[in-house]
Design a protein around this ligand. Structure first.
Ligand SMILES: Cc1cc2nc3c(=O)[nH]c(=O)nc-3n(C[C@H](O)[C@H](O)[C@H](O)COP(=O)(O)OP(=O)(O)OC[C@H]3O[C@@H](n4cnc5c(N)ncnc54)[C@H](O)[C@@H]3O)c2cc1C
Length: 510
């Protein structure tokens, strides 16, 4: 990526990403194919394939690739916003409001939420010298664990980007191998695995300054490890800025917001002049009706435990899910029990029961089983390597749409899906419940896609390099060419064998 637009301290800026994508679109002649300023409000099936409503007009398509991300639709506030309320904005609207609230009279801000966007907003408000009351609900996933930019002198993302680290992550994608069995089904291996994760946690805690001198920052100690994903800081003054800031953390819920500020469930009113809610994202598949979502295996937005298996869903799923839980327990004993929280659950905790039924995280089983190759859904898997995953997953998806990769039987796809869900829900807890999570497991996921494509998944020279060296986008740059070559060879072989068989037939008949 060109450095044009990088910050003074060499960080990747939004401007840099924009310039990169803009150049990519120009270099590959994409712009004339894009309809800018267009919003898809409805998608339904039709005789040709799919019917889309785009800015009120109809567009028909034989094939449909959904790549609408997960961060375009705001989560609506769960509290009442009264007509005389102080300004209430979502973290998505920070950029458009920042000049306004940097300069105006607002001094005291309420920030709601405890994931990465909340940390970023609080950091920014501290740099502006604002006072922050930070509301974190007691029954949610709690404060997100935040990793330092470097561990052992190595960039943290790089540290997590080799097969060795991926083996430390208890995963169904690696557990069938000798090393997977060692790390997760022997006492010594499990001990080493725990040691590794305790070390990583220790590094994160040290960077944050938790401990006896932690003071108020202790309020940001994660409740349950991994329950709320993981954030990575890039600003070296992140924790020091927070520590110097005027911040009060309250574990409470907001009941309503009005002219006086935010009134909490505990009846306390926080007399703030601004509220920023960083409560994540809403229904980014709202263009599908509930029925289409059900059919495609996309969970209904916000579905909770009480709804469980919906009336229409195949009762086979319940049996498959139970079987899959047993597989995870057998193959990954570290995950079998789950954290303490699973054994003695908080009665107030709301567990979602969102079941994704997408084979390989992008193909609905309901369409694939009938060889209906008209739809793929990209970008739902959450990893630490979004760009690389996006590139390889897109290639796999296009090959699938063109009928160039095979999918297994319906039952095999269902088993893969059930086992993935059972695993990710125990491995990544709160976020694994809601999304297809594979934060530290992305190399084996790519290995699987590359194998399907007939492309070598071992991208380095030699066994040790493939195991120990960090992987990144640079290792996968030639994958499209390699795939095209593999296809050419495959087609060459099949046309040769059909020529051979017609000659043989010819000889037989003569
Ligand atoms: C604040 C923030 C910080 C992040 N930091 C990092 C980071 O440091 N590293 C990292 O790897 N990832 C980061 N991510 C995640 C990363 O941005 C996403 O993983 C990535 O952008 C996903 O790409 P995507 O193309 O799948 O979706 P998006 O980038 O979300 O693109 C989706 C596109 O679809 C459009 N769209 C959505 N719905 C519709 C509709 N109905 N009709 C028409 N168009 C629609 C949207 O306008 C958008 O253009 C961050 C995300 C956020 C919000």
């Amino acid at each position: 990526m060109p450095k044009d637009g990088a910050t003074d301290n060499n960080l990747v800026s939004g401007e840099m990403i924009f310039k990169y994508l803009d150049k990519y679109a120009n270099d590959n002649d994409l712009k004339r194919r894009i309809r800018f300023e267009s919003w898809v409000s409805n998608i339904e099936r039709c005789a040709q394939g799919w019917k889309l409503t785009v800015n009120g007009n109809t567009v028909l398509s034989r094939k449909l690739i959904i790549a609408t991300g997960v961060t375009s639709i705001k989560n609506s506030p769960s509290f009442e916003v009264r007509s005389d309320s102080i300004p209430v904005i979502h973290s998505l609207d920070i950029a458009s409001n920042v000049t306004k609230f940097s300069n105006d009279q607002a001094h005291h801000f309420v920030v709601v939420g405890a994931a990465k966007s909340a940390y970023d907003v609080v950091y920014h408000l501290c740099t502006l010298g604002k006072k922050v009351t930070w509301i974190i609900r007691p029954e949610g996933s709690g404060p997100m664990p935040i990793m330092p930019p470097d561990v052992l002198g190595m960039n943290t993302i790089t540290l997590g980007s080799n097969r060795m680290t991926n083996y430390f992550s208890p995963s169904l994608m690696t557990t069938n191998s000798t090393l997977g069995a060692f790390f997760h089904r022997t006492m010594l291996g499990r001990g080493l695995t725990k040691l590794f994760w305790n070390f990583i946690t220790g590094q994160a805690e040290k960077a944050a300054g938790f401990g006896k001198d932690g003071g108020w920052i202790e309020g940001l100690r994660p409740d349950v490890r991994d329950a709320s994903s993981i954030g990575l800081i890039t600003m070296s003054d992140f924790w020091s800025t927070l520590k110097k800031g005027d911040i009060t953390i309250l574990r409470d819920n907001v009941d309503y917001v009005d002219a006086a500020g935010a009134t909490l469930r505990s009846d306390k009113t926080v007399a703030a002049q601004y509220m920023i809610y960083c409560t994540g994202w809403g229904d980014h598949f709202s263009f599908f009706s509930p029925e289409v979502k059900e059919e495609l295996g996309i969970p209904q937005s916000g579905a909770t435990m009480s709804q469980g298996y919906s009336a229409k869903s195949d009762s086979n799923w319940q049996a498959r899910d139970q079987l899959a839980d047993a597989v995870v327990a057998r193959k990954l004993p570290l995950l079998a029990a789950g954290p303490k929280d699973f054994k003695k659950p908080d009665p107030n905790r709301v567990w979602t029961q969102r079941r994704w039924r997408l084979y390989n995280r992008c193909v609905p089983i309901s369409t694939a089983k009938d060889d209906d190759r008209s739809l793929v859904i990209l970008g739902q898997i959450h990893t630490t390597q979004t760009p690389t995953i996006a590139a390889i997953q897109s290639l796999w998806a296009v090959a699938y749409l063109l009928g160039e990769v095979d999918t297994p039987s319906e039952e095999a796809m269902a088993q893969e899906v059930a086992e993935w869900n059972a695993w990710t829900r125990k491995r990544y807890l709160g976020v694994g419940e809601r999304y297809p999570y594979a934060l530290f497991d992305w190399i084996p996921y790519l290995d699987r896609l590359l194998r399907d494509l007939g492309v070598n998944s071992q991208r380095k020279k030699g066994m040790f390099a493939n195991f120990l060296e960090p992987h990144g986008p640079h290792d996968y740059t030639s994958v499209v060419e390699e795939y095209m070559m593999a296809q050419k060879e495959k087609k060459g072989k099949s046309s040769k064998s059909s020529m051979t068989s017609s000659v043989v037939n010819g000889q037989t008949t003569s």
